[in-house]
Ligand binder design. Structure first.
Ligand code: G4P
Length: 546
């Protein structure tokens, strides 16, 4: 592409960025893979570092009291490391009890995702949800089928399941030779060679032994029992499976599939290689009026996550900010279009694998942490593009329909005001969704159960409010759009008891169960029911994400 107008240093640095997240169901092996990737990247020296953090939490990330009590990560973090001449940003997606809207939002800040599938279990619930979110932005997906050292499902059946359940075409890149105790390695279909698996050896980081060519007689010597099956599989694959197509991968419609064993460090390097070779560098992003090219000199980006109490001594909040163009320099001044003010970013942070340091330099794809005293919200754009009077606003930071609900009320009725203030602020921060029902109750909505605990703990420590959380018999809450005023009025009259408003005043439908939702949708075919809405978007105007 002809890029004479972009500064050469930015063109170079942006092309070296790879920003991705790992999506998986709990226990599929995300933590293990993260750790091996960091080992390869030289970001950690010792296996067990990430694992230890998962169970006991490392001091630097032990930001919230609740995190310590539960021994889990409430909040997701960012890890930057170098590999193969590239700067890789790995964004963690909280997955166990700490599954929350942050998990979803992180996926809006990445350019690619690695999907880990437990080969014994196949496609699981949380993976399905996360892939739906990836699909909102057509994020390219690399698939790692993990735990081949166990007795697992048949590989063809796994591919079929991925294709049918996740609606994405699979292009196998490596193919397993055996499984469980009989796992002998993978045949790399593009490189036409076998990577041999020797249990235990890869753990020590030894070179993987290879055998070139599927017809190599050495294969029959090494694996007299298995070679026939492997050759038959490879022949079948060359005829039946779709070849890897970079454009389709980049469009999010095809996923390259690798088989391996994270715990044995087997197949991990191929994932890194695929990220570096195939995953996209930061791409132009829609920002309202126009697309912003990551190589443009003007600095811009957006907040995708706010983390509270990173340092309890200062009660500070950190806004996680994805740079979309230009270059961050300490002390730079930027525009904050939502509030119409200038903001100085004094000492932003860069997140390394196990520490956070003062950021000196960041370009598109990088994540910086900005100290936030309430001036930043999720979805906020900061930009240097001011001369042309542009009001840029990056799109695509969604709210997701909550799935878990509680009514909140103060234990002490005189504390109604501080409760409301606390919930308003926590709602704006994105910790939880706060809905006001037509009957005047405050309803909290979450996608992960821990969100309620975090909010309860923070209301107590930051707002000194002890609240009572009552069960709410609600199945889901969907945003509404109406074709015209009359329909809106009629619907609101008819469904008054099931209506609520979100923090921005958008109308929401509270469905007590699936059949009621279905019947209502059938009765009101022109009314839009939406599971996703973008931050700052006014649903009443009829715009919806989906
Ligand atoms: P998660 O972050 O996705 O939740 O998964 P995590 O990496 O913690 O892995 C979940 C379990 O699966 C762990 O076992 C881990 O050791 C195991 N595991 C990960 N990759 C592989 C693999 O390639 N082969 C086999 N056989 N197991 C794998 P655990 O018993 O829960 O923990 P631990 O005691 O082993 O640490």
């Amino acid at each position: 592409m002809n890029t004479p107008s972009f500064p050469a240093d930015l063109v170079r640095d942006v092309s070296r960025r790879r920003t991705f997240a790992i999506v998986s169901h709990p226990d599929a092996g995300k933590t293990t893979l993260t750790e091996k990737l960091l080992l390869f990247g030289g970001a950690i020296q010792m296996a067990g570092t990430v694992k230890a953090r998962k169970s006991s939490r490392h001091a630097t990330s032990d930001w919230m009291e609740i995190e310590k009590q539960r021994g889990i990560s409430v909040t997701s973090s960012v890890m930057q490391f170098d590999y193969g001449g590239h700067t890789i940003n790995l964004l963690d997606t909280p997955g166990h009890e700490d599954f929350s809207e942050d998990t979803y939002r992180v996926l809006t800040a990445v350019d690619a995702a690695v999907m880990v599938i437990d080969a014994a279990k196949g496609v699981e619930a949380q993976t399905i949800k996360l892939l739906e979110v990836c699909r909102l932005r057509n994020t390219p997906i690399i698939t790692f089928v993990n735990k081949m050292d166990r007795e697992v499902r048949e590989p063809f059946a796994l591919l079929e399941e991925i294709e049918s359940v996740l609606k994405i075409d699979c292009a196998p890149i490596s193919w397993p030779l055996g499984m469980g105790k009989g796992f002998r390695g993978v045949f790399h279909l593009l490189q036409n060679r076998l990577l041999r698996f020797t249990p235990g050896e890869e753990k020590r980081g030894g070179e993987t032994e290879t055998v070139e060519g599927i017809d190599n007689p050495r294969l029959a010597e090494l694996f007299p029992e298995e070679v026939k099956q492997l050759r038959a599989d490879v022949e079948l694959l060359s005829g039946a499976s779709v070849p890897f197509d970079l454009d389709r991968f980049l469009a999010g419609t095809q996923t390259p599939v690798f088989f391996g064993s994270g715990i044995n460090n087997f197949g991990v390097q191929e994932i890194l290689q695929a990220l570096v070779e195939w995953a996209p560098a930061p791409q132009p992003r829609a920002a309202g009026a126009r697309l912003v090219d990551p190589r443009e000199p003007g600095f811009s980006g957006f907040v995708f996550k706010i983390q509270a109490n990173m340092d309890p001594r200062h009660r500070d909040r950190i806004a996680f900010f994805r740079v979309c163009s230009g270059r961050y320099k300490p002390g730079m001044k930027v525009q904050h279009p939502r509030v119409g003010r200038e903001l100085k970013i004094a000492n932003a942070l860069t997140f390394m694998a196990n520490e956070r340091v003062a950021s000196q330099d960041a370009v598109a794809g990088d994540i910086i942490g900005i100290h936030n005293h309430g001036q930043l919200q999720i979805g906020d754009t900061l930009t240097e593009f001011t001369t042309a009077g542009e009001a840029l606003s990056f799109k695509g930071i969604p709210y997701f329909a909550p799935e878990l609900f509680r009514y909140a009320r103060p234990r002490d009725p005189f504390k109604a005001k501080p409760l409301q203030k606390g919930l308003q602020e926590l709602g704006e921060e994105g910790a939880i969704q706060v809905l006001e029902t037509a009957t005047g109750n405050t309803l909290l909505g979450a996608v992960g159960p821990l969100q309620f605990e975090v909010v309860a703990a923070r209301l107590q420590s930051e707002y000194k409010v002890d609240a009572v959380y009552d069960a709410a018999d609600i199945h889901t809450a969907l945003w509404l759009t109406f074709p015209d005023e009359t329909t809106r009025r009629n619907f609101e009259r008819d469904q008054a008891v099931r209506l609520a408003k979100d923090v921005d005043g958008n109308p929401v439908f509270l469905a007590p169960n699936r059949p009621v939702l279905q019947v209502t949708q059938e009765r009101w075919p022109k009314v839009g029911f939406h599971a996703v809405r973008e931050h700052g978007e006014q649903m009443a105007q009829g715009r919806a994400s989906r």
